[in-house]
Design a protein around this ligand. Structure first.
Ligand SMILES: [Ca+2]
Ligand SMILES: [Ca+2]
Ligand SMILES: [Ca+2]
Ligand SMILES: [Ca+2]
Length: 304
């Protein structure tokens, strides 16, 4: 519980990263499809004229003989549909990351390592951002931070790239700086349509194409934003992989942020008839045998 409060305050503090969403003050009749083409052109030209310099750990203009980012096997292209437009998101994988180790509390032995986060999980990351201004030109750093945030609440260029990296191991010594080793590390190239779109932000003009250096340090597996015992990634009754568009009781709060998903007055966590701690396997309505009780308004079961 304390953990989630902690996230909440951190999220408030790092508000600069948050997407404006559809209700932002975007210019009406803006041609987002045309902007997507321009942005992709900008990114492709940049990728063809720059490389990753291992020694400086930075992207730099080609000099002689280096492999351009565009031709580098560590560059990945991912298609992301947003507002009916197919965007291309590019990310360069310096290292995937070993995954944050989980140790047995008593013996101290390694039990396993955490896997990739989902698009709904909370992550601990170090990052810095710059704008891509031309085929060999980056703008000044506009952000440089280390913080926890939810992948469900940031620009979608982050939501869809971070899940390709794993966390690392906390090696912080007492009174020393926060230090992680063997975490995921990469560089993101994000079109404006997967960032702040045609809305200007402090230090980031409208329609900016962004580059981020990221390190993924830790993740919260099965993040449960509304604390209703169902991990946010599974609060997706229509099964399209996006929990943000599911609002069973149509109260304006998507299910992953609603602790009473069917709006029947009984909290989801208590609609658990077989008392196994999971409301997803309780079906009491003979007329709707495939709808779990917590999504069925006519079934109001409350744990004794
Ligand atoms: Ca959905
Ligand atoms: Ca819920
Ligand atoms: Ca309910
Ligand atoms: Ca149950």
């Amino acid at each position: 519980m304390i953990k989630f409060k902690y996230f909440f305050y951190i999220l408030i503090a790092s508000i600069v990263l948050y997407s404006c969403g559809d209700s932002g003050s975007s210019v009406e009749n803006f041609d987002h499809a045309a902007q997507e083409k321009m942005d992709n052109d900008t990114i492709v030209k940049f990728l063809k004229n720059n490389y990753y310099n291992v020694n400086t750990d930075a992207v730099e203009p080609l000099k002689s003989g280096e492999t351009a980012l565009y031709d580098d096997s560590k560059l990945v292209t991912k298609e992301v549909e947003e507002n009916d437009i197919n965007y291309k998101l590019y990310y360069y994988v310096i290292s995937v990351g070993d995954g944050t180790p989980v140790y047995d509390k008593n013996s101290g032995n390694l039990i396993r390592r955490k896997g990739f986060p989902t698009i709904m999980d909370s992550v601990f990351s170090r990052y810095k951002g710059r704008r891509i201004l031309g085929e060999k030109t980056l703008g000044n750093e506009f952000d440089n931070n280390t913080t926890w945030f939810s992948l469900a609440s940031v620009i979608s260029g982050w939501t869809h790239s971070f899940p390709h990296f794993k966390g690392g191991e906390n090696k912080t010594v007492p009174n020393g700086p926060i230090t992680y080793e063997k975490g995921g590390k990469g560089i993101l190239f994000i079109p404006s349509g997967l960032a702040y779109r045609n809305v200007s932000r402090p230090d980031i003009p409208a329609n900016s194409v962004l580059l981020f250096y990221i390190e993924l340090w830790d993740t919260v597996e099965n993040t449960d934003q509304d604390n209703d015992t169902i991990p946010s990634i599974f609060e997706d009754p229509d099964g399209d992989g996006n929990p943000k568009n599911d609002d069973t009781d149509k109260d304006g709060r998507p299910n992953y942020l609603d602790d009473d998903d069917d709006g029947d007055g009984i909290l989801t966590k208590y609609e658990d008839k077989n008392k196994d701690g999971d409301p997803r396997n309780d079906f009491s309505d003979p007329n709707n045998p495939t709808i779990p009780d917590y999504l069925n308004r006519s079934i109001r079961y409350s744990k004794q």
